[in-house]
Design a protein around this ligand. Structure first.
Ligand SMILES: C[S@@+](CC[C@H](N)C(=O)[O-])C[C@H]1O[C@@H](n2cnc3c(N)ncnc32)[C@H](O)[C@@H]1O
Length: 269
């Protein structure tokens, strides 16, 4: 178990209830990325965050670009199957669009525990064979793997890229995030990839303080150190430059942000 976060709300309180007027991380993030699928309550939280840290919009785009980079690296290494867990409300280019620039036959499964996200994905994907959306909770990796296998969506005997972009920090310490990635790793074929983006506890304390306003909602976040984040990739060979702010995956001259999002990509040997 990873140490460092205390007192999580019970899991049942931290699953989204998007039809009951609660904010959801998917809709707040959609607003930060300039999307239209959000409500006043989500925009209110986003504005509160932006008033303290205006660069959060830029950071959201850096993180989205890190996702695209991870997909390209995996596709260029020959990966033809992608599972995007905590995929969020679609925002083009999505994983299947990026992967299919390199491999037109790439299969992609989007997984999220928010039914609104799955509905949006279903609408987007109606005419995209080989691309599927599933309702699934990353805290139950066995259920997700069973759905992938039982519905013949992904061949788990072949390499897969698992994408956990800005989702593991919604998993509290007592929900055992390292055990989640270990369970995924153990079921993956050699040559598979795991990409993680995770909010860093080394971010500016003022920003972390504002974001603790999300506690007791489904958007409650557990920030973690670089070392803690690295444990989620145990058993994987880390690609260069390692567990670093996402900007460092993208180019040499991008500005630092006071809120730090760590990015890492691993390959199962
Ligand atoms: C900040 S958004 C990130 C969206 C997308 N990965 C991206 O980077 O653009 C976090 C997403 O993770 C989802 N999420 C949070 N906890 C989850 C869980 N336990 N299982 C599955 N999805 C979860 C939320 O519903 C939301 O869509």
């Amino acid at each position: 178990m990873v140490e460092g976060t205390e007192g999580p709300a019970p899991e049942s309180d931290r699953t989204p209830h998007p039809f009951e007027g609660q904010l959801t991380s998917a809709r707040v993030y959609d607003y930060l990325l300039g999307g239209k699928d959000n409500r006043a309550i989500d925009r209110g939280m986003a504005h509160q965050m932006l008033s303290c840290a205006p660069e959060l919009k830029t950071l959201a785009w850096f993180t989205r670009n890190f996702l695209h980079t991870a997909v390209r690296k995996a596709a260029e290494a020959g990966i033809r199957q992608f599972v995007d867990i905590g995929s969020g409300i679609p925002n083009s280019p999505n994983v299947h669009e990026v992967a299919r620039e390199i491999e037109p036959s790439a299969r992609v499964v989007y997984v999220d525990y928010d039914p609104v996200v799955v509905t949006h994905c279903d609408a987007l994907l109606a005419n995209s064979p080989g691309v599927t959306a599933l309702l699934g909770d990353v805290r139950h990796p066995g259920d997700i793997l069973a759905q992938l296998h039982d519905r013949s969506l992904i061949d788990l005997d072949e390499p897969v890229a698992i994408l956990l972009i800005s989702v593991l920090h919604y998993v509290m310490d007592d929900e055992h995030p390292a055990e989640i990635t270990a369970a995924l790793r153990d079921r993956l074929a050699p040559g598979s990839y795991l990409a993680i983006a995770h909010g860093s506890s080394d971010s500016d304390p003022e920003i972390l303080q504002v974001l603790t306003g999300l506690d007791d909602t489904s958007a409650q976040v557990a920030y973690r150190s670089t070392a803690q984040t690295q444990t989620f990739l145990d058993g994987f060979e880390l690609l260069d430059p390692g567990v670093v702010p996402v900007q460092q995956w993208l180019g040499p001259d991008l500005p630092e942000t006071r809120m730090v999002m760590l990015g890492a990509i691993g390959r199962k040997p």
